[in-house]
Design a protein around this ligand. Structure first.
Ligand code: PFF
Length: 450
């Protein structure tokens, strides 16, 4: 059966791309770094970065993908046939996708396990003793086998969707799961906002306190904006190549950016009022979701099991539609370069990323003595994925786009061959040529000097 390598409609394209963007980054990472760097003030800075930089990168990648109809390396070769070295930018994006997916699988596996623990009453049985709840998390995450089993289950689910194809797999699943995700997050928001003392959490989120915002927080906001929008990894180049030709890329990029940001803020609304209502620390760090929230749910009595299950299902749904976009970028690329069948390409990268994921998972427990430059494998890949790779590959992409890609091609693609107006173009071009590269260099250098 010939396979359809495009999304069937604009709506399908938006759903799939929003599916990629909305993930653990929105529901696990955004709330905890927002808590760490001062709530409302962090959100304001984040909003500026998302709309002034993230959306510009998103549009650039979508333009490159749809213009060339290629996967990242070939896309750069196509646009700069005499300067094949640009292909390295595409390659770097794919290497980033590979490591992000491998690490993502570890956290997604934990999330899948927490659905199980919620449904079976294990989490509820821990009561409201913070020590027991965090012991449960550390015993589980360092235990070796159990996290791996759940990691493989999650990874297999992703594989099945990718094997379904671009329309029947990715697009259809996203069209169902995204509305489900919105309903789940809204249910949790209502619950959180109706708890006694919830208003303190709302104030924390929306009343900016700039004294809590540090330089480090500003850099974290930019890094989070890139990660959350799935840019700098070649994924949006691949999805761009699947977007229908009559689609307005500006509109699509704005929908994706706005929806992703809204879901991140709603996740904050679902979490902080509840955390404040129970008197917990909003700056709980990466353990906010796995150690603090179970305690919050356990204070709700019987209903806690329901809300805890809803929360972890929400987290897993978000993770799944993101993980498949990473697997798709890798699969489509190997297929394009080797002529390998899609099925085999998907299986190869499923196997490799799962294997690396297992290694990273073990490095938290039984293999914690294996170190690279003084870091466990998991911490090492975490640094690669947050400090070095994404800003570097985003920088390469935006420099190419802003300075080397033919302007006529860009305008032609954004205006659908001159049929729609592009009044925003001058501002967009300025951001792409100057503001985005400078901001990315600052992030990279300060990350490296860190
Ligand atoms: N944007 C996803 C999140 O916020 O969890 C993570 C991600 C997915 C990053 C796909 C990069 C990517 F290509």
């Amino acid at each position: 059966m010939a396979e359809q390598k495009s999304f069937s409609s604009s709506l399908g394209a938006i759903m799939a791309a929003v599916g990629s963007a909305v993930g653990l980054g929105n529901i696990w990472r955004f709330p905890y770094i927002c808590g760490k760097y001062g709530g409302g003030a962090f959100i304001l800075v984040y909003l500026c970065f998302v709309f002034l930089l993230g959306s510009v990168l998103m549009m650039s990648e979508l333009v490159i993908g749809r213009r060339t109809q290629h996967t990242p390396i070939k896309a750069f070769h196509h646009l700069a046939p005499k300067h094949k070295a640009w292909g390295l930018v595409g390659l770097m994006g794919l290497v980033t996708s590979f490591f992000i997916l491998s690490q993502y699988l570890v956290l997604s596996g934990w999330t899948t396990n927490y659905i199980w623990d919620s449904l079976t009453g294990t989490l509820a049985s821990l009561g409201t003793d913070a020590g027991r709840i965090s012991d449960h998390f550390s015993t589980f995450s360092t235990s070796g086998l159990r996290p791996i089993v759940f990691l493989v289950v999650f990874s297999l689910l992703g594989l099945v969707i990718i094997l379904g194809g671009v329309q029947k797999g990715i697009e259809n699943v996203s069209k169902v799961l995204m509305p489900v995700l919105v309903v789940l997050v809204l249910v949790l928001c209502v619950r959180s906002l109706t708890l006694p003392g919830a208003i303190e959490g709302v104030k924390y989120l929306f009343k900016p306190d700039f004294s809590l915002l540090t330089g480090e927080g500003i850099l974290a906001a930019l890094g989070q904006a890139l990660f959350s929008l799935s840019v700098g990894m070649g994924v949006m180049i691949v999805y761009g190549s699947y977007i229908p030709t009559d689609d307005r890329l500006f509109k699509t990029a704005m929908w994706i950016t706005a929806s992703d940001t809204l879901i991140a803020i709603l996740a904050g609304v679902a979490i902080f009022p509840a955390v404040f209502s129970c008197g917990f620390d909003p700056a709980g760090g990466p353990g906010l979701v796995y150690c603090v929230l179970p305690n919050v749910f356990n204070t709700m009595g019987g209903a806690g099991v329901v809300f805890s299950s809803i929360f972890f299902v929400l987290l897993m749904v978000a993770a799944l539609t993101s993980a498949i976009s990473l697997l798709e970028a890798l699969t489509a690329t190997i297929q394009a370069h080797t002529g390998m069948k899609r099925t085999w390409g998907a299986v190869v990268f499923f196997a490799l990323t799962t294997l690396f994921g297992v290694l990273f998972s073990l490095s938290i427990g039984p293999l914690s003595h294996v170190k690279i430059a003084g870091n466990t494998l998991f911490d090492f890949v975490d640094k690669l994925n947050s400090i070095y790779l994404p800003p570097l590959s985003a920088l390469g992409t935006i420099i190419f786009f802003g300075w080397f890609m033919k302007e006529d091609d860009i305008k032609d693609e954004l205006s659908n061959h001159g049929t729609v107006s592009i009044g925003y173009y001058q501002l967009f071009r300025f951001l792409a040529r100057y503001v985005a590269p400078i901001a990315l260099v600052v992030v990279l250098v300060s990350g490296i000097l860190g």
